[in-house]
Structures are given as C-alpha cells and as structure tokens.
Design a protein around this ligand. Structure first.
Ligand SMILES: [Zn+2]
Length: 239
C-alpha cells in the first residue's frame, strides 16, 4: 500500500474498530504523543483529528514518531518478527503432528524445544493457529482415531493408543466432546464396510494413519498461508 492510496477514512474506521485485517497494512501516528501504533493497538484510540496514517513503520519513524511499546509495531504482519512467529508455529505444528504431545511430553517441553516460554508459545498459537497447542494435538488424535474407526476393524482400545491417546478414558472423553457420542457409536453401520476391507486391514490402517497425518499437516499449513493471504488481500482491497 503506497502513501497515495491510503484512505484516511477507512484507516480511521479500521483503527477505531481495532480491525485485525488491517494489521501490518498501515500505522497510526498520534500527533499529541508522537507515538505510532498498529491498527490493533489495545490502548484507548486517540481522537481522529489527532492522528495521521503511514503505510510503513519506516515512514512513521521518518516523520519522527516512536514505536508504541504496547502494540509493538516491530511484530506486525509482514515484518520479520511476524514471519518468524508464523514459522515457529509451523514448526511446532509439525512436531505435534509427529506426536510430540502424544507421549509424556507437555507444552513446556515443546516450548523448550523451540527456545521460548510456554506462555509465549501459547500466545503465538492463538494468533497464528487460532487454537492452543493442546487443542491442536487433541483434534489430531480424534481425527486419527476417526480415520481408524472408518478404515479399519481394529478394536477401540487399540485405536485409542494408535491415535496417540494415553488412556481409554481420555479417548472416550475427547470423542464425546467432538462428536457428542462414544467412539463405538460411530462404528455401527460401518462394520460391514470394515469387514469387506478386512483382508488388507493392518496395512490399510498404517497407510491411513500416515495419510491423515500428512493431509492434516498440509491443511494446517494452508490455513496459515490463507490467513497471511487474507491479511494482504483485505489490505489491498482496502483503499
Ligand atoms: Zn500502540
């Protein structure tokens, strides 16, 4: 977005609404404080007559404004910090996909591996994946189990552990939370289909698990990419 296409009225509406779609697309300079902010700044917005808009952080600094310490313009979308955070979350998603949180390790261990605090990692996840690391891991386990229920004739207890659950109780709880019924209820009606496939079941089960792991990972990556694209698209359409 070049300075000539910044629409003052739209920018003002976006910052008053703290519209996250505009984050990284422009910066607001507050004339009374000489501080510049992201559109999403949590601080009470300044009066419209006291603000000026810049297309980049560099433009704001060039005009003598200092970056806000609350909304941290250096971490806005499109900045190296933002890309770094997205890359960190992608890496964490890959580790979760490979079962990092399925054994005795927890989010603290995951954060350690990535060289940050668990609190910071949770914050990055909410921003870039829209869910906590635990929620991502649980959803993946339920998805893996669902595939095994559909594609194999494995007993429920075997499916629970193959999908990464540490106990049958957790398996049942997670399933009820997502499907509002126990896992066994999902197999009824699928039994005949499973029997037809029985000859190749163990191979099919392994292949299905691998396939769903791969499919889900690329889905999560696509979600992050789409989120980044949306930020750009809405900004480009903004003025
Ligand atoms: Zn701010």
């Amino acid at each position: 977005m070049s300075p000539s296409v910044l629409d003052r009225r739209r920018c003002d509406r976006a910052r008053l609404a703290r519209d996250a779609r505009f984050d990284g697309r422009f910066f607001t300079g507050v004339l009374t404080t000489r501080i510049y902010c992201r559109p999403t700044c949590p601080v009470k917005p300044a009066r419209s007559r006291n603000v000026i808009f810049f297309p980049t952080a560099a433009a704001a600094e060039g005009a003598g404004f200092r970056p806000c310490l609350r909304c941290r313009p250096e971490a806005a979308p499109g900045t190296p910090a933002w890309h770094g955070a997205a890359a960190t979350v992608s890496r964490a998603l890959r580790l979760i996909e490979r079962g990092f949180l399925d054994d005795a390790r927890d989010v603290d261990d995951l954060a350690d591996t990535l060289g940050m605090t668990a609190r910071h990692l949770r914050r990055l996840f909410l921003r870039h994946a829209g869910a906590s690391p635990i929620a991502v891991a649980t959803t993946r386990r339920v998805q893996r189990a669902k595939t095994l229920i559909d594609e194999t004739a494995m007993p429920m207890s075997a499916i629970a552990f193959a999908a990464g659950f540490t106990s049958i109780r957790r398996f049942n709880e997670a399933f009820r939370a997502v499907y509002r019924r126990p896992p066994s209820a999902l197999r009824r009606g699928r039994r005949r289909a499973a029997e037809r496939r029985r000859s190749g079941q163990s191979v099919a089960g392994t292949v299905a698990t691998r396939q769903i792991r791969r499919a889900s990972l690329s889905m999560l990556r696509a979600t992050i990419a789409a989120a980044a694209r949306n930020t750009h698209a809405s900004a480009n359409a903004a003025p």
